[in-house]
Design a protein around this ligand. Structure first.
Ligand SMILES: [Fe+2]
Length: 272
């Protein structure tokens, strides 16, 4: 039996994502058994809260060791978030803070990402009217962020460097109108220099180097020769609606609550 099955006092439905709950409610009785079995199998690859806690602690250490200082709310406990009033609603509505994902693949070390969003605007406008966003990312060596493009966001991906940090390999394709991989050469700006890259070609970013990823440009990246301290400076970020993965993947993981959260994820805020 998986560990999540042993968690006391939690209903089965309570662990299901909303999409799964709606599907189960709408299913005829003959299909519910199959759906529950499928959910048991899914739970085996869902991210455990204990793992997310550990990945956030690792990332905080990594940022600290490399002298990238996070803002105070990076250290707020779940209790502190609860105690904060509406003065912190900008953080909540713009989804600033911690973001850990394995794209629901169940293999975080090889496909996943740990991010901290430092600033952002609102996708459909808002009081703060910011038109920019910034993230810092901990990309583990050989850990892949899978192929995706953005339809609205333009982003600079930056190797911030650091002691013993690695390089970032960024593979590129133009996209076709039906969201496939085009075989045309890619023209891309790297620190203000235009580069021509063959379809599927890879750009390696050393410390201090960056690449500008424009809308509809497919990209995947992973760190080599060490973990990557990777920055992102972009137009407004909308992770709910502006990620188009080549292989359909959820941007956020399903989570099994096997221990209390160490930090609140940016998807878990409730406006005060
Ligand atoms: Fe991206």
């Amino acid at each position: 039996m998986c560990e999540c099955r042993l968690a006391a006092g939690r209903s089965h439905q309570g662990r299901l994502g909303l999409g799964r709950q709606f599907k189960a409610m709408a299913a005829p009785p003959s299909e519910i058994g199959f759906m529950l079995l499928r959910d048991v199998l899914w739970e085996e690859i869902d991210m455990k809260r204990s793992a997310i806690n550990r990945y956030i602690a690792d990332a905080a250490d990594f940022f600290r060791e490399n002298h990238f200082v996070l803002p105070p709310y990076a250290d707020w406990t779940p209790e502190e978030w609860q105690q904060r009033g509406s003065d912190a609603n900008e953080l909540r509505s713009e989804r600033l803070g911690w973001d850990v994902t394995d794209f629901n693949g169940g293999h975080f070390e090889t496909m996943g990402l740990t991010l901290f969003t430092l600033r952002n605007g609102m996708p459909v406008g808002g009081k703060t009217a910011k038109v920019y966003a910034e993230k810092i990312m901990f990309v583990r060596q050989d850990q892949v962020t899978p192929f995706h493009y953005h339809a609205r966001k333009t982003e600079d991906i930056i190797n911030r460097g650091g002691k013993g940090t690695g390089r970032l390999a960024v593979q590129l394709y133009n996209s076709t109108e039906d969201r496939g991989l085009a075989q045309s050469p890619v023209m891309v700006s790297c620190d203000g220099i235009q580069r021509r890259v063959e379809a599927g070609g890879t750009v390696i970013l050393g410390p201090g180097e960056s690449i500008t990823l424009t809308p509809y440009l497919y990209h995947t990246f992973h760190a080599i020769n060490g973990h990557g301290l990777i920055g992102e400076v972009s137009s407004v970020n909308d992770d709910d609606a502006d990620n188009y993965f080549l292989e359909p993947l959820p941007r956020y993981p399903e989570i099994v609550e096997d221990e209390p959260p160490f930090r609140v994820l940016c998807t878990e805020y409730r406006l005060a």
